[in-house]
Design a binder for this molecule. Structure first.
Ligand SMILES: Nc1ncnc2c1ncn2[C@@H]1O[C@H](COP(=O)(O)OP(=O)(O)OP(=O)(O)O)[C@@H](O)[C@H]1O
Ligand SMILES: [Mg+2]
Length: 346
């Protein structure tokens, strides 16, 4: 097969995403060596993680991605697991100067609506008069930029700190703003966690009452780094009513418990569909899961957000529901969630 060369292998590996990220393993700098011998291919990857499952997932997906290309030749993918770099500077969680409360919005499962909840919670907090910021902590997650519209690049101040972008009264920052696809692999594997912990402190947040962190899905190294190095006032866990999502929500709550971060409560998203035709409520993903989980963890159920097409539309068009459709049922729930968060963290 003449098509096998370093470049084609690298290209094929780009479909493999680092678990929990939308960024691929090639641009993360995880490929250490590719050697080709006739039709045989040896790939060596290096990953810095405390979780063997991450290495296994990456290996399985890399094999999957290369199988077709290598064809009848021998394919060997080796993943070298290194311990993540120890946090630099202060050991233990540190505050961000000027910021009163930092709230993490997390879940174990992808796609349950964390970013939607984080964005609308931040907006509702801002509208209630609190100075509020929102940070997208997925290094390559453009969701905050998309949900709030606009693609301006942030600029830096005199002290070389990044100035957040203002939208609807919320100070926004995304780790994704600072990198684009064409950028060199600034983030070698072991650097990911260090970058994550430094990033938040390099932003000129100013004085904030609340800084909402939109965490990437899962409970891996990145989430753990944030939870361990940033002094969080509390966490909001987002789930859908289904058991699969609840299992992952439990993992997220265990992560927060392990690091002594109080869980402020659970938000059940996509709780039900209010049919505009007949006005009836349909429990598409089942019912009561969020409430049961909240009872089990002995934390409040902060709200049940209905599935409303306008929520998705609003998110896709750069004006979250609380700003675009303040009269909607979903916006009402987001506002009441914000009120409960304010009561918990005055
Ligand atoms: N209540 C809702 N009603 C309708 N659509 C919703 C609702 N909540 C979220 N969505 C839509 O579902 C999709 C996934 O939501 P979102 O991006 O917030 O999830 P996420 O948990 O942040 O995902 P990821 O794990 O990828 O970060 C988006 O298109 C969003 O607009
Ligand atoms: Mg998200």
């Amino acid at each position: 097969m003449s098509s096998i060369n370093q470049e084609s292998i690298r290209e094929a590996l780009k479909v493999v995403k680092y678990p929990g990220f939308s960024r691929d393993i090639v641009s993360f700098g995880l490929v250490r060596e590719i050697s080709i011998n006739g039709t045989d291919v040896d790939v060596q990857l290096v990953v810095s993680t405390t979780e063997n499952a991450v290495a296994k997932t990456i290996r399985d997906e890399a094999i999957q991605a290369l199988k077709g290309l290598v064809g009848t030749g021998r394919l060997n993918v080796k993943v070298d697991v290194q311990a993540p770099a120890a946090p630099t500077g202060n050991v233990g969680p540190a505050r961000i100067e000027g910021v009163r409360h930092i709230i993490a919005v997390g879940s174990g499962k992808g796609g349950v609506g964390k970013s939607t909840v984080a964005a609308n919670l931040a907006l509702a907090l801002a509208q209630s008069g609190a100075k509020t910021g929102l940070c997208d902590c997925d290094i390559y997650g453009p969701s905050v930029a998309i949900m709030f519209g606009g693609n301006e690049r942030p600029t830096a101040d005199d002290e070389n700190r990044i100035i957040p972008i203002e939208r609807y009264g919320v100070s926004l920052m995304s780790m994704g703003f600072l990198l684009d696809d064409g950028s060199p692999a600034v983030l070698r594997g072991p650097m990911v966690t260090r970058y994550t912990q430094q990033f938040l402190r390099q932003v000129a947040w100013g004085n904030l009452d609340y800084l909402v962190l939109d965490l990437p899905p899962g409970t891996g190294d990145i989430q753990l780094t944030i939870v361990q190095t940033v002094a969080l006032s509390g966490a909001v866990i987002v789930t859908t009513p289904q058991e699969v999502a609840l299992i992952d929500a439990r993992k997220a709550s265990a992560m927060f418990a392990k690091t002594n971060v109080p869980v402020l409560g659970i938000v059940e998203n996509m709780s039900y569909f209010l049919c505009p035709g007949d006005g009836k409520r349909y429990d598409i993903f089942g019912t009561g899961g969020g409430a049961r989980e909240a009872a089990r963890l002995e934390v409040p159920l902060l709200g049940e957000v209905p599935i409303e097409p306008l929520v998705r539309e609003a998110g896709d068009t750069g004006r979250p529901a609380v700003a675009a459709h303040p009269q909607s049922a979903a916006a009402g729930v987001f506002e009441s969630i914000a009120q409960k968060v304010r009561q918990a963290l005055p």
